[in-house]
Write a protein that binds this ligand. Structure first.
Ligand code: PRP
Ligand code: URA
Length: 214
């Protein structure tokens, strides 16, 4: 279901249902409602794949018949959507990890310079002891993701995973260069960026398509 790509910091999710859903996201005729639903389904799969490596502690549980062994996640999980578009991935992750805490990073890419501008940051305490999952559907130039990871590391986050829907080769390389410890889980690796910093073939503007602001 997952495959190491030629980029050593990238895990690509290879699943027929995910490929079907990526196609729905790419289609310019997909409605906002269908777009959101497909983002949630892919986020479910990403949550399963990312959590495969999480540590467990043993616990006891009483069934109606007897006491038996159970398990709990060893570390708290913190989801950090990058505003706005990352918000669309939250529901799919919470369906699998309902007790996750949430932080928010507000970043907007300046369309002329392509540099990310920060406008909001709020995170739970103890990031250093948590499994931190950064959520953003698009890794284009990599400027936004790299800035978001800088913020999280300044707040002592150590185990950071980046969950994404589409990545460009340029963005993956930038993240590897600036944050080699962060593994990217993505449902697709696209061809290239265009001169405006959009991913090709891509899906357009993820925020606009998620929120209907086209
Ligand atoms: C999009 C996307 C990423 C960023 C990726 O957000 O959700 O955060 O662009 O581009 P980069 O890798 O070149 O930095 P955008 O800035 O459009 O903001 P929005 O989510 O509010 O629409
Ligand atoms: N942000 C998007 O929403 N889409 C892109 O293709 C690139 C950056």
């Amino acid at each position: 279901m997952k495959k190491k790509s030629t980029h050593q910091n990238l895990v690509l999710i290879q699943h027929p249902l995910v490929k079907r859903d990526i196609t729905i996201l790419r289609d310019k005729n997909t409605s906002t409602e269908m777009f959101r639903a497909a983002v949630t389904r892919i986020s479910n799969v990403l949550a399963v794949e990312i959590s495969t490596a999480f540590s467990l502690t043993k616990s006891k549980v009483k069934t109606p018949l007897e006491l038996t062994e159970g398990y709990k996640l060893k570390h708290e999980v913190v989801l950090i959507p990058v505003l706005r578009a990352g918000l669309g991935m939250v529901e799919g992750f919470l369906q699998l990890i309902p007790d996750a805490k949430l932080g928010h990073v507000g970043l907007e890419r300046n369309e002329a310079t392509l540099q990310p501008m920060s406008y909001y940051l709020k995170t739970p305490k103890n990031l250093g002891k948590s499994e931190v999952i950064l959520l953003d559907p698009m890794l284009a130039t990599g400027g936004s993701a790299s800035a978001a990871i800088d913020f999280l590391k300044k707040r002592k986050a150590k185990n950071i995973i980046f969950a994404c829907l589409l990545v460009s080769p340029e963005g993956v390389e930038k993240l590897f260069y600036e944050h080699p410890d962060v593994i990217i889980f993505s449902s697709a690796l696209d061809r290239q960026l265009n001169k405006n910093g959009y991913i090709l073939p891509g899906l357009g503007d993820a925020g606009d398509r998620t929120f209907g602001t086209l």
